[in-house]
Design a binder for this molecule. Sequence first.
Ligand code: DLL
Length: 429
Amino acid sequence: MSENEYLAREKMRALQQERLLNLVPRLYEKVAFYRKRMQEHRISPADIHSLNDITRLPFTTKDDMREVYPYGLLAVPLAEIEEIHTSSGTTGKVVVAAYTRNDLNIWGEVMGRTLAMGGVTEKDVVQNAYGYGLFTGGMGAHYGGQHIHATVIPISGGNTRRQLTFLQDFGSTALTCTPSYAIYLAEAAREAGLDPKSFSLKYGFFGAEPWSEGMRQEIERGLGIKAYDIYGLTEIIGPGVASECTEQNGMHVNEDHFYPEIINPDTGEALPDGEKGELVITTLSKTGTPLLRYRTRDITYLTRGTCPCGRTTVRMHRLFGRTDDMLIIRGVNVFPSQIEEVLLSFKMVEPHYQLIVDRKDSLDRLEVQVEMNEALFSDEVRNLEGIERRIESALASALLLHARVRLVEPKAIPRSEGKAVRIVDKRVL
Ligand code: DLL
């Protein structure tokens, strides 16, 4: 817990302003990329007098980060960097996040807050099943657990049998992994004849991929725990940017370190609280690779006001999707999360699905493959086609789009130990 989570609004703004006014000249002086960018925008650090002036500063994009790969955004000599992480780079050159001692301390602090917000204390045992490595999930949760003196088991992702053994034998009370892996663990436990409710688990901290309220309920029921949504991205720090408290009603942004704005992704204009748009973040206190107004491509909205938990930090809604994950199918915008909500309103299917998009005769087609549950699978009088049509019509009224639904056997959709693959886009554009 930090007093910064409870600051009165004017005090928070004063802190943010002080940090911004320190950051801008530092970037101008130390990072050639930012100096050039500010010069192109005909702005100098002397023009930034208050927090409100932040909107005059240029954005930073993922493409910018790739252009100056690997070290072009360093604001300190390499000798001061203690750790480097990168994004997975599945869609191009990787982006690099370099951490100084100061940054690692911040990371521990904000991830410590994340775990503490859900109730973790030094008495807890955190089974950390996020992957360790270049992915930030493992180290982030690790530093957070250490920061609040919890016991951390760095088991990393995968090896499901061993995960279950550890859950049983070590009395782990907190689980950290992707939400799809949490569902998989619950399923694997049942198959092994174990009752997850007999474990000591109390809470889980899940993020790194989109998930819905329906999936939250599945996890909470399946593992008998409270499931918290946690958000972050490599470029900014990794996990620890925002996370839910026990109210489970929006994620508190650690805005003393990460200043959030919402913009219209098409025009770049600022949007007011409550309006959905692209999240933009400025790292106010990092020193290794600080970023100005980074465009996350994640879609959410912000809410201000004191939460019943007492925290005053601004909250961001669970992500609606990403500007680049949005499927445009026959001109209709569709986010995987909308499809997931509809699917999980049907009791006879499991939260394992894939969206297959292809194009025939220049017409886009969407097929939703979703696993039926064991009960339906073994039902002798099942009417699969009837159910498929019912799901199709629910999707049609929610999305205004016809998608073909195909029920597949339990376990037919590939499982992932990290981020699940939800979209298979076969269109050649
Ligand atoms: O996924 C950091 C992280 C690790 C977050 C562990 C939470 C837990 P990247 O691999 O760089 O970093 O991916 C960042 O993942 O821009 C979002 O699109 C997505 N994402 C992260 N958290 C959530 C979430 C880590 N809670 C990208 N809900 C982000 C939905 C999420 N999407």
